[in-house]
Design a binder for this molecule. Sequence first.
Ligand SMILES: [Zn+2]
Length: 399
Amino acid sequence: MKKTLLPLLLAALILAHGTASGWGFFGHRTITQIAVYELPATMQAFYFRHMAEVVRLSTAPDERRNDDPTEAPKHFIDMDHYSESNPFGKMPRQYDEAVAKFSADTLKKYGTVPWVILEMKDNLTEAFRQRDTLNIVKYSAELSHYVADSFVPLHTTINYDGQLTDQKGLHSLWESQLPEKYINDYNLTAEDAKYIKDPLNAVWTTVQRSYGFLGETFDRASKIEKVMKPDVRFTFSHKYGKTSRRYSDAFAAEYEKEVGGMVDNRMKEATTMVASLWLTAWQDAGKPDLGSMMTPSKPTKEEKEKLSTEVSAWKKNTLAQDQLLLAQQKVKKVEAVDEIKSAKDMAEPPAEAEATPEPTPAAPAAATTPAAPVEKVKVKVKTKAGSEKAKQKASTPSW
Ligand SMILES: [Zn+2]
């Protein structure tokens, strides 16, 4: 970013970053559920018995965002704040070193998701050591949430909602509208859980890959904007005397054709990472016997049948069409956070804007383990005709 943009960007960040949620409830719950199917048998019976609870709690971090001012920055990390050209080279991977270099306040402002994931992994390991069922359920859900957030490209940029490029609403389009609408087309048969030797490295690799998808995320939307008139691009809705804007179904349909494969890919890889970190925490805790923490200690006949139906549907990729996703079964909009956010800073069509109360970024996460050098990501910044809109273009891995 140009230096002169920083105050503006910072203002935009503080105004709205806390409202961008990450996968929406549907995505978080689906990722968490599928992670259960990827576990080894030694863990799966326990997780399956508690699946409804783990799935439900996987959205708790978003549910408390408006009440807990320390929550918001845990869900993202705006890498491009640190450097346009080489943010991953500049940012120390270890929390203490990052604090020493950039200050804890700066990290709080621009997000701490990588370290929060590691903190949750440690909490889960401890819960396994203590054989504390409640905390195992709780931290499995929390870990799933933050891991899933780190797979969303828009959680790695200052332009997290397209607000700096006249694409406000892109966040919920990408992570909520698309998966909710097109889940039947997505292939969610991912790999089984694997022990992760170096979680710090795995987490940073994930964030870096997410960042690499940003170019496509913005460019594909721009491509559609060129051929779709503004009046068909958006849908406006009125609530509590305010008007909100979201991308229209027509735009979503075109955007799905452009980036659906990417959304599918990130979602699916998130499931494996979630399951793998659960497995890693359990193994690091000395592989406690989960059966001894269950009553009855073995899966019941009914549980076995149900699990086998679900796993086979998952393998055939028919979970969604068979209505076996827990997120499909209770579509309670009451719980959903309003994802259409304010845009004071935008000159847009009619009377839009509204604002969800904003949690102030605060509190960092825990310290972590050693770091290794990261590969560079090329980022170009285009500045549109004298405006303050900047757009990140990053090299994009294939998907
Ligand atoms: Zn989140």
